[in-house]
Design a protein around this ligand. Structure first.
Ligand SMILES: *[C@@H]1O[C@H](CO)[C@@H](O)[C@H](O)[C@H]1NC(C)=O
Ligand SMILES: *[C@@H]1O[C@H](CO)[C@@H](O)[C@H](O)[C@H]1NC(C)=O
Ligand SMILES: *[C@@H]1O[C@H](CO)[C@@H](O)[C@H](O)[C@H]1NC(C)=O
Length: 356
């Protein structure tokens, strides 16, 4: 009994010696004064220390800090000559990495030719602005470049801010560039033009549609990409798209029409509507919808036979073909079977003879 208990204890000790300690993501304690930055964000242990808009994230040498996770750093552009920069993350947001690499034959002060900079919680890239000097060249040239525009989520900059270089500006979807889209960095570290700004585009309230209405909460302005739906009032047919959207130039896409039904200009004759021969009073309200075709029966000028002629309804307007004559009340009541719409159709040959 004692022997087997001792064996069990030994087995446990042996098993424990193989267990790995749990992996904890390491975040350094706050080391103040170690980085270029003046201040660190508020220190924290948990997200709940940071209020609703910020999270407790590891901010490099600042340690666990309250950071707004959507914050971005300036778009990486070479701020000096003889080096290239590349963003290693999809966007320059918090904790994104940027690689700075000296051109071949050039090196940084620490004798390395590449460094990684991190997007800090204070929207700055970590570390000093690197300078690449010719290998073996002792003189350290001051890093000279023109100042980049303030961080703006709509504005992005491409090119080099080094002396004598040019940059191009671009505005995000839904905004327009006001100012010059290109700039040139003078030798005295000033730009030729002021930085442009990106102005958000809005559409005014969309147009009302006659005999229709907008399915929307009325607002004073709408963002690019917003969509508004239209409905037509009862008995009106929607002609065109059932929606409009706010386009990138601040105008709405083409609005639809609400088209009216047409009264049929025949009362005492049958007509063909939708492939069926019917009395007009048998159709709803004696009307056809916009775009619908109506075939009328006309009398042969000489013979006792009929031929057909069509007209279509356009927005409340349906004009009977000129050959059509509405029978009189007298004809309709006394000789219904002799009405033009009820007699035989003419032979195609008869029509050719007399209607040419
Ligand atoms: C706005 O953009 C649309 C689509 O790109 C175009 O059809 C329309 O003509 C433009 N309107 C103006 C005023 O520029
Ligand atoms: C009416 O007729 C025109 C031409 O004759 C044709 O293009 C159109 O599709 C017709 N409309 C309907 C609703 O049948
Ligand atoms: C109705 O149609 C006729 C013939 O096509 C045309 O002359 C007239 O201008 C139209 N009226 C309206 C109000 O559209």
């Amino acid at each position: 009994m004692m022997k087997s208990l001792l064996f069990l204890v030994l087995l446990c000790v042996w098993a424990l010696s193989f267990a790995q300690p749990p992996v904890i993501e390491q975040c350094p304690d706050r080391i103040l004064g170690n980085e270029r930055r003046r201040t660190c964000p508020k220190q924290c242990q948990h997200d709940k220390d940071c209020g609703s808009k910020r999270q407790c994230l590891c901010d490099g040498p600042c340690g666990l800090s309250c950071v707004a996770p959507g914050r971005t750093c300036p778009w990486p552009v070479p701020a000096a000559e003889n080096l290239d920069v590349a963003l290693l993350s999809p966007s320059p947001s918090f904790s994104a990495q940027m690689e700075v690499r000296c051109h071949p034959g050039y090196t940084m002060a620490n004798d390395l030719d590449v460094m990684i900079r991190r997007c800090q919680g204070d929207r700055q890239w970590s570390g000093e602005e690197p300078v690449c000097t010719e290998r073996g060249h002792v003189e350290v040239k001051a890093h000279v470049f023109c100042p980049l525009p303030d961080d703006d989520e709509l504005l992005s900059v491409e090119g080099s801010a080094g002396l004598g270089a040019t940059v191009q500006y671009q505005c995000a979807e839904g905004s327009v560039l006001v100012g010059n889209s290109e700039n040139f960095c003078h030798e005295n570290q000033t730009w030729r033009y002021p930085h442009p700004i990106c102005q958000r585009v809005f559409c005014p309230p969309p147009l009302e549609v006659d005999r229709g209405y907008l399915v929307a909460v009325q607002k004073a302005e709408y963002k690019v990409g917003n969509t508004i739906y239209y409905l037509c009032k009862k008995n009106f047919l929607l002609d065109g798209p059932n929606q409009v959207s706010c386009q990138s130039n601040g105008t709405w896409s083409t609005a639809p029409f609400c088209r009216a039904r047409c009264p049929i200009p025949a009362h005492r004759s049958r007509v063909i509507v939708g492939g069926a021969k019917r009395w007009p009073y048998d159709l709803t309200d004696g009307m056809v919808t916009h775009g619908e075709n109506v075939t009328f029966f006309c009398k042969h000028p000489q013979k006792h036979c009929s031929f057909t002629a069509s007209a279509s309804c356009f927005d409340g307007n349906l004009t009977a073909p000129s050959c059509y004559l509405d029978p009189t009340w007298f004809q309709y009541k006394l000789y219904p079977h002799r009405l033009v719409s009820e007699i035989d159709l003419c032979d195609p040959a008869d029509l050719e003879d007399s209607l040419q």
